[in-house]
Design a binder for this molecule. Structure first.
Ligand code: HEM
Length: 226
């Protein structure tokens, strides 16, 4: 079994689960997260094809453009249900604490490795900000999407309302695209994070280095993965 030298960068890396590994996500949480991620990819691709004729060719991956247009809102509703089922388990751990202000002020120094942060929670302030912006974007996309959902809801919404909803839907989709890009970048950049979401566990070193407050609570047995 290899061990981890410096969590957060590279070097030696635990490839098999050490006996003292720390559980970060349950199987249910991981399955729900990846179902949300899959739904997001489908929505992103079909949304792009619906947004501009330049991306029309993507619709052929779905069989026919008509089928893709029908599918897009249903997958959107599925994503919202799955996302809120997942997010509902994590909201408490994403509440901001006074210590998070310091993290947000010194964010770039931490990210460049010039300073070290003592993170008290399961998530750092950047992850918490991303969590709440995801919640806002999913609500925004769901509400505006329902307004423009043909043939069910759209006909009962005045034309101006539908136009405004379409523009806001596209703006939210763009912000979500940038946000998810940052989320994926951070997940890949922070060595060991992806394994937390694929296999469920992290090494003690990882937990102590990235989330010492959370690690202390887990080690004292005050917090468990449900
Ligand atoms: C498609 C590629 C994606 C990858 C590679 C990815 C990766 C990850 C990883 C590794 C974590 C664990 C971070 C940690 O525990 O420190 C995580 C957490 C999370 N992911 Fe993703 N994710 C993806 C897509 C998404 C999407 C589409 C959403 C929502 C729309 C999402 C929402 C979340 C949330 C809410 C968390 C928990 C973080 C928190 O509560 O602050 N992810 N993701």
């Amino acid at each position: 079994m290899a061990t981890e030298m410096h969590p957060g960068t590279q070097h030696e890396f635990a490839t098999t689960r050490p006996p003292d590994a720390v559980q970060r996500y349950s199987t249910g949480e991981r399955l729900t997260h990846w179902a949300v991620a899959l739904a997001y990819v489908v929505l992103f691709l079909s949304g792009l094809a619906l947004f501009h004729p330049f991306f029309y060719w993507i619709s052929l991956w779905f069989g026919t453009p008509t089928f893709m247009r029908i599918l897009h809102p249903f997958i959107g509703v599925a994503l919202a249900i799955l996302f809120f089922a997942y997010a509902a388990r994590l909201w408490r751990e994403n509440l901001f604490s006074p210590a998070d202000r310091q993290w947000l002020r010194r964010m770039f120094a931490y990210m460049n490795g010039r300073e070290e942060a003592r993170v008290e929670g399961k998530y750092n302030a950047g992850q918490k900000a991303m969590y709440w912006s995801m919640v806002a974007m999913v609500v925004g996309l769901l509400v505006t999407g329902i307004f423009i959902w043909r043939p069910y809801i759209a006909p009962s919404i005045p034309l101006l309302g539908r136009r405004i909803a379409s523009v806001i839907h596209a703006i939210f989709a763009f912000i979500m695209f940038v946000g998810i890009g940052i989320h994926i970048y951070a997940a890949v950049w922070t060595r060991g994070s992806m394994r937390a979401m694929t296999q469920g566990w992290v090494t003690r070193r990882w937990a102590r280095y990235h989330h010492p407050g959370w690690y202390d609570r887990v080690a004292r047995g005050r917090e468990t993965v449900r």
